[in-house]
Design a protein around this ligand. Structure first.
Ligand SMILES: Cc1ncc(COP(=O)(O)O)c(C=O)c1O
Length: 436
């Protein structure tokens, strides 16, 4: 592509100057691979951006979206509906832990988080506890980039330019502990960090916190698996003090942890689950929030007859093309038993990732299910080595997402053992000569 054509597009979360000096473009994808402009094949080690769990360019999804766009391209989402939205909500609800039977659609993970915050506020107001205006999140959390999600964010680079976005957001400590370094799955140490929530209750008052947002596995910050007992204790405290627990499963949802949702993998049921990405296999933008039935009912009951109950929604909520993509995606997951496949691939995948710990540059390896973080010792400044690593891997034929100095590996569930071996071999090649 010519340099002048690269100018107008302002890339998100990207060093635009570096990208435009040395652009890395994908022009085609299929299954486990991308192709660049020169025709080189690049193995996808991160399912795109944790989106394409069933592999790229699935014809079933393309066909469903194409047909939908020729049948019913758009329906106003307020006061009107279309059958696919109800069908998809029903199918999403069927994957949820019992009791989370209502689904609100939006267009991204960020919107799902901000929507969940508003549902929490509307719910408490409807039950006469509108004074619950505090939200609790964690250090190192990523909850998207809208105003609410940025305020919840625990990643300094994502917040530092934006000042005080929302008053009353409190951050628990993160759970990345040196004691759990190189620990496969859930660490043994750190359950007591959940008591930060208790301290906040004691600090701001028993009926002041609306909701706690937790990524069951913190993904974008570099894969932090919760210590044993931690999520259970958060659940316990929330229940005790009437605080809503929201699991942000934008990365974990739809099989990444070996069950439909991490809530099931960890055996802890939240009050809401936010999701996006693999809901449509990344083929259409879509997010959703699954909500406990009585939260939905309380908000409905709180409004007078004839009055809209919840003043929130998007023009593209439950867009017909996104619903078609979602239904086709869930159909593939079901028919190909991809969540089970993710579960059965996980041990070999984790073996391959943890085997990299012998490299001197590797500082830590963390992982659960088909998700792993390989952290390298920092270079000149935090993040520089990680950025260089993803560039080098791309040039060798592997796409991975990096955050700071962590490579986040998350293959599609259609991966064959040979793809996992190839991902590990690329990482080993790229890291072998590096020294801390
Ligand atoms: C846990 C979590 N929440 C929210 C988001 C934001 O999603 P989106 O980029 O679709 O707005 C992400 C994106 O990676 C995420 O990992």
């Amino acid at each position: 592509m010519s340099a002048s054509l690269l100018e107008s597009h302002w890339l998100p979360f990207t060093d635009n100057r570096a990208f435009k000096r040395e652009p890395r473009l994908f022009v085609r994808a299929s299954g486990m691979h991308y192709w660049n402009e020169r025709g080189d094949r690049i193995l996808d080690g991160s399912s795109g951006l944790f989106t394409s769990a069933a592999g790229h360019c699935r014809p079933e999804i393309a066909k469903a979206v194409g047909e939908q766009l020729q049948t019913l391209d758009f329906t106003p989402s307020f006061m009107r509906g279309h059958p696919l939205a109800f069908k998809l909500a029903d199918e999403v609800a069927s994957l949820m832990p019992a009791g989370l039977g209502h689904v609100f659609f939006c267009n991204s993970g960020s919107e799902s988080v901000d929507t969940a915050m508003k549902i929490a506020m509307a719910y408490h107001l409807a039950r006469g506890e509108g004074q619950r205006s505090h939200f609790v999140s964690r250090e190192r959390a990523y909850h998207g980039v809208n105003i609410g999600g940025t305020a919840l964010s625990g990643m300094v680079r994502n917040r530092e330019a934006f000042g005080t976005l929302l008053p009353g957001v409190l951050h628990m400590r993160h759970t990345l502990l040196p004691e759990n370094r190189l620990k496969r799955g859930q660490g043994d140490v750190g359950v007591e960090l959940a008591d930060d929530l208790l301290r906040f209750v004691q600090l701001v008052g028993e009926k002041r916190i609306a909701a706690v947002f937790v990524e069951p596995i913190a993904g974008s910050t570099g894969v932090i698996v919760p210590p044993k007992g931690y999520l259970e204790r958060i659940r316990e405290i929330c229940t005790r003090y009437g605080i809503l627990l929201v699991f942000d499963e934008v990365i974990c949802g739809f099989g990444r942890t070996g069950q439909a949702f991490a809530a099931q993998s960890f055996g802890v049921t939240p009050d809401m689950i936010t999701m996006a990405k693999a809901l449509t296999n990344g083929a259409q933008p879509m997010g959703a929030i699954a909500v406990r039935d009585d939260i939905y009912q309380t908000i409905l009951d709180g409004a007078a007859d004839g009055v809209t109950e919840f003043f929130h929604g998007y023009t593209y909520s439950a867009h017909p093309a996104a619903c078609a993509a979602g239904l086709a995606t869930l159909d593939i997951y079901r028919k190909e038993r991809l969540f089970e496949r993710a579960r059965s691939l996980a041990p070999a995948f984790q073996d391959a990732m943890f085997a990299l710990q012998d490299l001197p540059i590797v500082k830590d390896v963390r992982g659960y299910g088909l998700l792993a973080g390989i952290e390298v010792h920092p270079g000149k400044a935090p993040g520089v080595r990680g950025t260089e690593l993803q560039g080098r891997l791309f040039d060798r034929g592997l796409h991975v997402k990096t955050t700071g100095d962590v490579a986040i590996i998350a293959p599609a569930f259609i991966a064959e053992p040979v793809h996992i071996e190839e991902i590990a071999a690329h990482l080993r090649d790229a890291l072998t000569d590096e020294r801390p």
